[in-house]
Each structure stands twice: as C-alpha cells, then as structure tokens.
Design a protein around this ligand. Structure first.
Ligand code: FE2
Ligand code: FE2
Length: 229
C-alpha cells in the first residue's frame, strides 16, 4: 500500500453536519471550513453530490479535531493551528507542491476575513511545511509541528483503517483481498517516528499497535489461520 494521497463535523460536532449556520462573510472559521469542504468535494472521484463518505473531507475534519486538541495540550496558538488545519490540503489537486500552493491560497482566503492579520503568515508557514510522510529534521515552529502531527496521526490507527477502507472503495479497489495487501504499510512506523509533540507521539504508538493488530487478525481470519491451534 501507499498511504493515500492527502486529502473534515468539527470537534464539537464529531458526528454531525459541519455546514456553517448563520455565517457571516468575514467569519474566518466559516470561510476556511467552506474552502476546505469545497476543495475536498471538487477533487472527489468519481464526482458525486456532497453527501456520504469522501476521504478528503473526512481527512480534513479529522486533522482539525486532532489539531485543536494538540494545540490545547501543547500551548500552540489555537487559531493559527485551526486555520492551518482546515486549509492544509486546500490546494491538494492544484499543484505539485500543495504545501506552498495551499499557503498562498490561505493568505488569499484569510485576507478576506476577520482573521488576525499578524497571524496569517504563521498559518501559511504551517501549511507550507505540512507535506511529506516523514521529515529529515523537526518541523518548526510549534504551530507547524502541531499541524504536521495532526495530519500524520490521521494516517495511523483505527480511524485510519476506516478512512483507508472507504478511500479504496471510492476508487473501486476495496475488495477484502486488496485491502489486506494494501493496509500493512511499513511507512507507518516511520511516520510515527517523526511525530513531534509528546501527546501525538504517545497516541501514535498506541495507534500503530492497534493498526498492526488489526491487520494481523484480519489476515489470519482471511486465510483461516485463526482456526488452527
Ligand atoms: Fe492532509
Ligand atoms: Fe497535504
């Protein structure tokens, strides 16, 4: 397997709609969420109405939920982290370097909102630096590290299995045999090894354990090995 190309309810609404309610044009949270959602659905293949499972949208929402928690746990600027999390993949399909392209798009979007002007560059920096499954050197500053960690943490664990399965089904490649070949990904250990913040590192280790145990059990079941003494 290769980890799916990157591809969002809010932490307060993990199971509900994330559609903005009574939005104002300059409310930055509404604008960044709209931009993220539009980008995710515009890239869905095959093109579908905006309902049901969409890997990109699920991914972005998951990153936002994790990023908000990580900001609180680490003391990172919560607004910078949240804005960057919503917009980190907004240019995923428009450029070979979706980090830098996303940073440019974030500057444009945030300039039209009530987002603090003196925090825009921090958002752009975090988006520009989030790319890659592993990094040769730690990502800085803290806000960029938190967004990087949230993005990568979504690729490991029980929810990652659900997302990957949905992603493969969306692509017409979701047979059980296909998934069992594709899921056990050695790069996941490398990803967890690159996590920056202590809470993400601890969660990453737990998620990796769950991910591996699931894959081993599923392969055993598929082959009937679990019947053997
Ligand atoms: Fe992402
Ligand atoms: Fe990305």
């Amino acid at each position: 397997m290769s980890v799916p190309a990157e591809p969002g309810g809010t932490p307060e609404e993990p199971h509900g709609s994330t559609d903005p309610v009574e939005a104002t044009d300059r409310d930055w949270r509404v604008r960044v969420q709209q931009a993220a959602r539009e980008a995710a659905w515009a890239s869905s293949r095959p093109r579908r109405s905006e309902e049901g499972f969409n890997y990109r949208w699920e991914h972005v929402q998951a990153v936002v939920r994790l990023a908000r928690h990580l900001a609180e746990l680490t003391g990172a600027d919560a607004e910078v982290v949240e804005a960057a999390a919503w917009l980190h993949d907004v240019a995923k399909d428009t450029s070979n370097d979706h980090g830098r392209a996303g940073a440019r798009e974030a500057r444009r979007i945030l300039a039209e909102t009530d987002f603090a002007r003196d925090k825009v560059e921090a958002v752009a920096e975090a988006i520009a630096k989030h790319v890659g499954l592993v990094v040769p050197a730690p990502v800085e500053p803290l806000e960029a590290a938190v967004v990087w960690d949230a993005d990568k943490l979504t690729k490991v664990g029980a929810t990652a299995i659900l997302h990957y399965t949905g992603h493969r089904v969306m692509k017409g490649q979701g047979t059980t045999s296909d998934l069992l070949t594709w899921l056990p990904e050695p790069v996941l250990e490398d990803i967890v090894g690159c996590l920056h913040t202590a809470p993400a590192q601890a969660a990453g280790r737990r998620r990796l354990q769950v991910f591996r145990a699931f894959c081993e059990q599923a392969i055993d079941e598929f082959d009937g090995e679990d019947l053997l003494p």
